[in-house]
Ligand binder design. Structure first.
Ligand code: GDP
Ligand code: IMO
Ligand code: MG
Length: 450
């Protein structure tokens, strides 16, 4: 058993990129299993900041094989741009592997995403406009194109023709929009194929072999539990499975290989896009959280909505995913507050719900029941040992553990690698000061170290 999963326990942007980067040091493989370039994962190392959308955060380490699993939807143009960008910053993408079975985001998916939102009017979801929903819809409709189709011009052309027959008719009849041209798409995408071909692989076989050999594999979740198509706040969700089940369908590995499931949660909650958010603070509290936490979307630059930590949702995320530990991020942002609130239940028409209410109307209309504790009002961004945190912060962490039923194993007190409190020394990376990728040329492939 050598599989570790890192996934979002809230509505995304929990800091999965930072936590993946920290744990990747000890891994052999880092794998994305769901989502597409709607994701934006930030890794900060010293003065360097990387924003990754499709490529796993492990790419920054030369010893790691980075894998885009079959559950991801791939926009090849964006992927190549991201590879070029990393290359221009001295990061090799030679070790990047892309599943043959991953679906492609096509130009018409972007158009349908935009038109879908427009047609919803006030009821729109606030998607990232990256074509994610329409790409997954075509996958389910068996009308999608896969990465492997890029390798055969005849097959690719036939599939594009089939798809466009339907898509162009809908564009014309339902939206009065011009259609897409087969030749143009084929030419553009086959151009990408030449560059992507060396990276295309049977990643399911590769990962299963690696796990059988006892290699360490990290599965890097995108989005978050509440954005899950099945278990999230539908319809205000994404169109994939960021939760634990997505790891298996999105990579083709067996659950028997998973030893650890780390839920990443902010010390408060944010959400981009529309949909219910019981603990949202549309006031100076939310403003302050946003300001101190620099809460702007990594992918779209949109302002994130902010609110107090929701214990009911955290317990739900623990249940759905079987979390074995929590990584609590952005605790430093709460240093600003005189008192801190945590939601422990929902009040709906006088009845208190301690578990996530499956009925949407309750979730939409409930009023949070809070526990309020004193804040610590001191700078914690240099703390690296749990016992050195203020007693009020320790109380807050204790409350989170009690409510979620999951131990907090990593506490993040700033965006940098060094700004981390390791509750468990066992998983602390060997090289914490600077990411090894900053010393790229010093890497010795024969000793496997620096
Ligand atoms: P992801 O999508 O889950 O990887 O998260 P994002 O990268 O979209 O957003 C998290 C943001 O918070 C990034 O800008 C990180 O650099 C930053 N961040 C991560 N951990 C911490 C922390 O503990 N404190 C602070 N202040 N910022 C953090
Ligand atoms: P990471 O991996 C936060 C949200 C969008 C929108 C909804 C549907 O960085 O945590 P989509 O474009 O997926 O159809 O949009 O999902 N969303 C995210 N919110 N973080 C993300 O990814 C997100 N990916 C999608 O804002 O509300
Ligand atoms: Mg993000």
């Amino acid at each position: 058993m050598a599989g570790t999963v890192i996934l979002g326990a809230q509505w995304g942007d929990e800091g999965k990129g930072k936590i993946t980067d920290l744990l990747a040091d000890r891994m052999d493989y880092v794998v994305r299993y769901a989502g597409g370039n709607n994701a934006g994962h930030t890794v900060v190392c010293g003065a360097d900041e990387f924003k990754l959308h499709l490529i796993p955060s492990g790419i920054l380490y030369p010893h790691i094989i980075s894998v885009i699993g079959n559950g991801v939807v791939v926009n090849p143009k964006v992927l190549l741009e991201e590879m070029d960008n990393l290359n221009s910053r001295g990061i090799s993408t030679e070790n990047l592997k892309i599943s043959l079975n991953a679906h492609l985001v096509m130009p018409y998916h972007l158009a349908f995403d935009r038109l879908g939102e427009l047609s919803l009017g006030k009821a729109k979801l606030g998607t990232t406009h990256r074509g994610i929903g329409p790409a997954y819809a075509d996958k389910a409709d068996r009308l999608g194109l896969r990465v492997q189709d890029l390798l055969d011009e005849k097959i690719f052309r036939t599939k594009v023709e089939t798809a466009l027959k339907r898509k162009n008719a809908i564009l014309a009849k339902a939206f009065g929009q011009p259609g897409f041209d087969v030749d143009q798409i084929v030419e553009e995408y086959l151009g990408y194929a030449d560059r992507l071909e060396p990276h295309i692989a049977d990643t399911t076989l590769m990962l299963n072999n690696a796990l059988e050999e006892g290699k360490e594999v990290l599965f890097e979740g995108a989005q978050g539990t509440l954005l899950d198509l099945d278990h999230g706040t539908y319809p205000f969700v994404t169109s994939s499975s960021p939760t634990i089940g997505g790891v298996f369908t999105g990579t083709g590995v067996s659950p028997k290989h998973i030893k650890k499931i780390v839920g990443v949660a902010k010390a408060y909650v944010t959400r981009v896009g529309y949909g219910p958010f019981p603990t949202e603070q549309e006031n100076e509290i939310g403003e302050l959280m946003g300001k101190k936490g620099v809460e702007f979307g990594t992918t779209t630059g949109r302002k994130r909505r902010c609110g107090w930590l929701d214990g009911v949702l955290l317990r739900y995320a623990a249940r759905i995913n079987g979390l074995t530990s929590l990584a609590l991020t952005k605790l430093d942002v709460l240093s600003e507050f005189e008192t801190i609130k945590i939601c422990v239940g929902y009040n709906f028409q006088g009845k208190i719900y301690y578990e996530f209410p499956a009925h949407q109307s309750i979730f939409h209309k409930c009023v949070p029941e809070y526990v309020e504790i004193p804040g610590w009002r001191s700078d914690i961004t240099e703390v690296t040992k749990k016992e050195n945190l203020p007693k009020e912060a320790l109380k807050y962490i204790d409350l989170i553990e009690q409510i979620s039923g999951v131990p907090v194993e990593i506490i993040s007190v700033g965006p940098k690698r060094t700004q981390t409190v390791w509750v468990s020394e066992e998983i602390k990376p060997a090289q914490i000061e600077n990411g090894p990728y900053l010393h790229f040329e010093d890497y010795d492939p024969f000793s496997g170290g620096y």
